[in-house]
Write a protein that binds this ligand. Structure first.
Ligand code: PLP
Length: 390
C-alpha cells in the first residue's frame, strides 16, 4: 500500500495540492539521482553515447503508456515549453481565430495572446456556462465561439482552476470535420486518466509527466501527428537542426537537442511507468476520484457553494474545485499554510475564486478532516473575518 512515507513530502504538512507540481515517490527520485550521478561520473560518454539510447527507451516506454508511436513524441520540460513550440510554428493569416474556452490555464492564455498580438489574429475565449449542466450543454457553449475565421482549436483535457474534465474527444471529432488544427493541453492527464493517442484524433498534444505520473519536475512531452510534425519549428535551435548526427526522426532531432543539459528526469519514465502499473494506477485514480466525490457534498454545504458540473466521473477526477467567496484569496492561502499547515491552492479565475482539492494516492481521510475543520474555523472566528465568506 502506497502512503506518504513513500514520498519525500514534508510529513508535517496536510498536502492537498498534488495537482500543481505533483510529488515524486522516493524510489523514482532515487532513480533520478542515479542517472544524475552516472552523468557526472562520465559526462561526455553519458551525454553523447549512452544518453541518446536511454532517451529512446524512455520515449518508447511513454509511447506504450499513451498508445502512440515513439517517434511521434518529444520530451520537453513542461507543457508551457510545448505550447511555445506551437506558438512559434503556426502561420495563421491576419484575422484568423484560435478558438478556446474561458477555462484555460493562465500561462497558455498568455502564450496565445502573445501570438495573436504579434500576428493580428484573435484568441477567442468562448464563455462556458458554469455549472456545466451536461456534456451536450458544454459542446453547445463551446461551438458558439466558432466562425468561418476559426482555424485552430486549443483546449484542456482537464482544466486547472476549475478542475473539470472536458469532452475533448467529441471536440476533436467535430474540429476534424470542420478542418481545424487541434491542439490539446493534457497537462493534468498522464497517470490521471487513460490517454490513447491513436484514438484521440488531435494534431498536437502535450502532457506533464511530473504531475500524476509521479516523475521528477521538468518532465513532460509533446506529441505531434505524423503529417503535422514538419510544421513545428524548434524553440531552441541547436545541433539537431540540419543534424550533425541525424537520428531516426527529424522531429526528435529538432526538438530534443537543446544544448547541454541534465535530461535525467526524462530517464525515470520507464521506472515511473513500472511503478504506476505495479500499483494499479487506474484503480488508484478511481479510488481517489470516488473519495473526492464522497467529500464533495459536505464541503459544498460548509462553503455554501456548488459543484461546477454534475457529480460524476465524467467531469471529475483527482482534483475538485469549489467556487468560494473571499475578500483576499492570497491571504486565505497564506493563512491556510501558516496557521493550519495546509498546502492547497486558492485560485482566482475570471471573476471567480476557486479552492481546489487534490486527492493523490497518499492522501488520507485525516487530511480532508483537517481541511474541513480549518475552513470551519476560518469561517467562524472573528480574527479571520472576511477571509472566507458564506
Ligand atoms: C491546464 C494546464 N495546462 C498547462 C499547465 C502546465 O504548466 P507548466 O508548463 O508551468 O508546467 C498546467 C499546470 O498546472 C495546467 O494546469
Amino acid at each position: 500500500m502506497i502512503s506518504r512515507s513513500n514520498f519525500l513530502l514534508n510529513q508535517n504538512l496536510t498536502f492537498l495540492n498534488h495537482g500543481s507540481f505533483g510529488a515524486c515517490p522516493i524510489e523514482i527520485f532515487e532513480d533520478y539521482q542515479n542517472w544524475q550521478r552516472q552523468l557526472e561520473y562520465d559526462p561526455v560518454q553519458f551525454i553523447t553515447q549512452k544518453g541518446p539510447k536511454l532517451m529512446k527507451e524512455s520515449r518508447e516506454a511513454l509511447a506504450r503508456f499513451i498508445n502512440a508511436e515513439a517517434n511521434d513524441l518529444v520530451f520537453v520540460p513542461n507543457p508551457t515549453f510545448a505550447i511555445n513550440i506551437l506558438r512559434d510554428s503556426l502561420h495563421l493569416q491576419p484575422g484568423d481565430e484560435i478558438l478556446t474556452t474561458d477555462l484555460e490555464y493562465g500561462a497558455m492564455d498568455r502564450t496565445w495572446k502573445h501570438y495573436c498580438l504579434e500576428n493580428q489574429t484573435t484568441y477567442v475565449r468562448q464563455k462556458i456556462n458554469l455549472p456545466i449542466q451536461s456534456k451536450e450543454a458544454f459542446l453547445e457553449d463551446f461551438w458558439k465561439g466558432y466562425s468561418n475565421k476559426t482555424k485552430v482549436v486549443f483546449i484542456s483535457e482537464i482544466t486547472s482552476s476549475t478542475a473539470l474534465k472536458l469532452p475533448v474527444k467529441e471536440i476533436c471529432q467535430e474540429a476534424r470535420k470542420k478542418g481545424l488544427l487541434i491542439i490539446v493541453d493534457g497537462a493534468h492527464s498522464p497517470g490521471h486518466i487513460a490517454i490513447n493517442m491513436a484514438e484521440l484524433d488531435a494534431d498536437f498534444y502535450t502532457g506533464a509527466c511530473h504531475k500524476w505520473m509521479l516523475t521528477p519536475k521538468g518532465s513532460s512531452f509533446l506529441w505531434a501527428k505524423k503529417d503535422k510534425q514538419h510544421l513545428l519549428e524548434p524553440l531552441v535551435v541547436s545541433w539537431g537542426y540540419e543534424a550533425a548526427f541525424p537520428g531516426e526522426s527529424t522531429f526528435i532531432d529538432h526538438h530534443e537537442f537543446n544544448g547541454t543539459r541534465d535530461f535525467s528526469a526524462y530517464l525515470t519514465l520507464p521506472k515511473a511507468i513500472a511503478f504506476l502499473e505495479k500499483n494499479d494506477w487506474k484503480q488508484q485514480a478511481k479510488r481517489c476520484t470516488e473519495t473526492l466525490l464522497q467529500q464533495a457534498d459536505r464541503f459544498c454545504e460548509l462553503l455554501h457553494t456548488q459543484l461546477l458540473a454534475p457529480k460524476s466521473e465524467a467531469f471529475f477526477g483527482q482534483i475538485l474545485s469549489f467556487p468560494i467567496k473571499t475578500a483576499n484569496p492570497f491571504q486565505l492561502k497564506e493563512v491556510l499554510y501558516s496557521d493550519f499547515k495546509i498546502e492547497i491552492p486558492i485560485m482566482p479565475h475570471g471573476d471567480q475564486i476557486y479552492l481546489r482539492i487534490s486527492c493523490a494516492w497518499y492522501t488520507t481521510e485525516k487530511e480532508f478532516e483537517h481541511l474541513y475543520q480549518s475552513l470551519k474555523q476560518i469561517i467562524e472566528e472573528e480574527k479571520y473575518s472576511g477571509l472566507l465568506v458564506v
